[in-house]
Design a binder for this molecule. Structure first.
Ligand code: ARG
Ligand code: ASP
Length: 707
């Protein structure tokens, strides 16, 4: 009796405060975690990680390409990140003749490094809690609109002041739904050059087959270099720029990791939704994910078939397929994980406890009921929107049609003609391999649309059976101006009146208009916006309440693409009955997976040779094995890719690149038994650079230590 009572209490406390190893912590507030981190094995201090006055580890970690993380590993601006983070730049610099994606790329001199226009690397200069300044003049009695107005004014003031007299850019982000605000002052570098990438069958070994899975053998890294002006400041690309000298770069440890070792991940996690209610979890796991998955099944089928046909088509679709497949697979794991954890039920139980508590904390009474009502509203508009983005906008054909539809809304003749000219140029790539592409694209258009119709989301198609809908859609595709390059170019070069008249008659534009007007009516838009605003407001209250309900818990704010620290241990797990996953993989697994008939499992001959003669240099572990990847309990999410994985002494031992499939619900619910991040073992990365690519000069730039 007594024991069950204690267990019940433990469950209550557990369910709201972070679970073991859960959390993405704010670097400036890491003092609060220091004792726990040191107890877990860390030998450095919170100040070594983020120091207000001196260079610290944080100066070696950057936001890479707006959605990944990178880290400096030399005093000459050499950056490590994932292969999949540099992917679109590797693809952009590749042609069928110089196919760096397939064959790899290594700049053997600085002159060979390739500029990457558009690629941005951001260093956090400092971050500060500015809650008091941002909320100055705000009170509980004002409307949300008024509150937003005051916050926006304060926001502007604080940012301008932070930027004054510097070349920095400042921004403010809300934490805990606006219970707290942080200022981030950033330094942005735009002269970033490609230095190295392994061939795809190393950097993407296992491809989408192995993506999100353990055991993993992907050599997921690529290298870039940041350049700055003569004063070491950010500058646009110039031949005269010099390699940037970072305030701090990471030392690399050859000691590797073993089960039980402390590690921390330092990077830019994008989005989590840790505190949402059961309605949000249900909507994501049981409504939105299944729709998205089914629609992406259709697209992936067609793209994959095309990619098997030729090298040109593989390059053409590689980047978009990687993106589509990534979400597709993650959502499957997420929904299963939530089901396994009884996620919706768990949330309802927490909500019940909150309501009970709120009986004596009147300010919070009714918050959850209100939230429930708003979710009912949101759900009605949200599902249509998911269909719109995942089905309506699935084909290039519909995306171009969207542009034409917008063209028709421009009332000013001159602007319309300008835009028509732009569309004409933009369509050159669309028509470049039209024959081949339209075969893939038209099928995607018809099948995703048909799926939407079958599920009742295209009632404006009045045909009564699927084959009639199909022929109607095929007819629309065939008759659209987008199906005829000559006609299209001629139309885009004629006068405004003619363009408008033709667009109004175009069957694809009409179809788009029907669909769009159904989903995005003024009434529905208002409903959607209001429901979201209300949810924000109510969540702000609910989260504040939970923090009062559990005053002894250390809460972490949801990820918001700002710098965070997650920590945990290298650890295996049991994904299923009778299976235990050990925590690291080796090159043996690459040879086990080898299959010359399966694209994802082709092994690079030179790698195989190095394996056969066991030429691992100083990079093998104590057992003589060549380690490839390892898993740990660090709480990570999208954006953490490329993040440095550091050991107890703050040295680089890995590059984070993924999570295990059984734990991908960690954006909503973290479970220490299943949630694992996957990191590339830094020794495999060095082995590839040194032994495989023979790019010794890069190794020589780094600081590599035994311990
Ligand atoms: N799952 C990893 C992440 O979310 C890797 C994605 C890139 N790889 C791929 N096969 N699509 O970013
Ligand atoms: N692969 C993800 C990324 O690109 C990381 C993750 O979702 O765990 O950031």
């Amino acid at each position: 009796m007594k024991k069950t009572f204690l267990l019940a209490i433990a469950a209550v406390v557990m369910s709201m405060s972070a679970r073991a190893d859960e959390g993405m912590w704010i670097p400036t507030l890491l003092g609060r975690n220091q004792a726990a981190m040191q107890a877990a094995g860390m030998r450095i201090t919170a100040q070594d990680i983020y120091d207000v006055n001196h260079a610290s580890l944080k100066d070696a970690v950057v936001l890479f390409a707006g959605g990944c993380t990178g880290e400096y590993v030399s005093d000459e601006g050499l950056l490590l990140t994932n292969h999949h983070c540099g992917y679109s730049y590797i693809v952009r610099n590749s042609t069928v003749a110089h196919d760096y994606l397939t064959k790899g790329f290594w700049a053997m001199t600085r002159d060979e490094e390739i500029p990457c226009p558009g690629l941005k690397v951001v260093r956090l200069v400092r971050m500060d809690d500015v809650t008091a300044q941002v909320l100055e003049g705000v009170n509980d009695n004002m409307s949300e609109a008024e509150r937003d107005r005051i916050i926006a004014t304060n926001h502007e003031k604080v940012c301008r002041k932070a930027e004054q007299g510097t070349h920095y850019k400042a921004m403010i982000k809300p934490l805990f739904y606006g219970n707290q605000y942080f200022l981030y002052v950033n330094e942005e570098f735009t002269d970033v050059r490609m230095v190295g990438a392994p061939p795809s069958n190393i950097g993407k070994f296992g491809g989408d087959t192995d993506n999100w899975m353990w055991p993993r053998h992907t050599g997921d890294f690529s290298m870039f270099r940041v350049y700055a002006d003569a004063d070491n400041r950010p500058a646009p690309y110039s031949k005269d720029n010099k390699p940037y000298r970072p305030l701090k770069y990471l030392e690399i440890s050859l000691a590797g990791v073993e089960e039980g070792d402390f590690t921390f991940v330092f990077g830019y996690p994008g989005t989590t939704r840790r505190y949402v209610t059961h309605d949000a979890v249900d909507l994501a796991a049981n409504v939105e994910n299944p729709i998205r998955i089914a629609l992406r099944d259709i697209r992936l089928g067609h793209y994959n078939a095309a990619m098997r046909q030729s090298a040109a088509q593989r390059l053409k679709y590689a980047s978009r397929v990687a993106g589509i497949a990534n979400g597709w697979k993650k959502w499957q794991g997420e929904s299963l994980g939530i089901e396994r954890l009884r996620g919706v039920q768990q949330k309802m139980e927490q909500e019940e406890r909150f309501e009970k508590w709120a009986q004596t904390h009147h300010e919070y009474k009714g918050v959850l009921a209100e939230l429930g009502k708003q979710y009912d509203v949101l759900r009605r508009t949200e599902v249509e929107r998911v269909y719109f983005t995942e089905a309506m906008m699935a084909s290039d054909f519909m995306n171009r049609t969207f542009a034409l539809w917008r063209l028709d809304t421009i009332t000013d003749d001159e602007r319309l003609l300008q835009e028509a000219g732009r569309l004409r140029t933009a369509a050159e790539t669309y028509f470049a391999d039209f024959e081949q592409h339209s075969e893939v694209d038209s099928r995607i258009f018809v099948e995703t649309f048909l799926y939407m119709w079958e599920h009742g989301y295209a009632p404006f198609m009045t045909q009564s059976d699927a084959s009639d809908v199909t022929s109607a859609l095929v007819g629309i595709y065939d008759k659209s101006v987008l199906n005829n390059e000559k006609k299209f170019n001629k139309l885009m070069s004629s006068n405004a009146k003619k363009i408008r008249a033709a667009l109004k008659k175009d069957p694809a534009v009409q179809l788009f208009d029907n669909a769009y007007r159904r989903v995005y009516t003024r009434e529905k838009n208002d409903m959607y916006r209001q429901a979201n605003a209300e949810i924000q407001r109510l969540m702000r209250k609910y989260v504040k309440g939970m923090m009062e309900q559990y005053p002894d818990s250390n809460f972490f704010p949801d990820a918001n693409l700002t710098l965070r620290v997650a920590y945990g241990h290298v650890k295996g797990f049991r994904p299923k009955d009778a299976i235990y996953y050990t925590p690291y993989s080796t090159i043996e697994g690459i040879m086990e997976k080898e299959n010359p008939y399966v694209y994802d499992y082709r092994v690079e001959p030179h790698l195989k040779h190095l394996y056969e003669v066991k030429n691992y240099g100083q990079y093998a572990n104590a057992k003589g094995e060549m380690p490839v990847a390892f898993i740990a309990t660090n709480h990570t999410t999208g954006g953490n890719s490329g993040s440095p994985v550091l050991n107890a002494d703050g040295r680089l031992v890995g590059i984070n690149f993924d999570r295990c499939w059984e734990g991908t619900m960690s954006d909503l619910l973290f479970d220490p038994n299943y949630c694992r991040n996957i990191s590339l073992d830094i020794r495999y990365c060095l082995f590839i650079i040194d032994k495989f690519a023979e790019a010794r000069h890069l190794i020589d730039e780094m600081t590599i230590v035994e311990k």
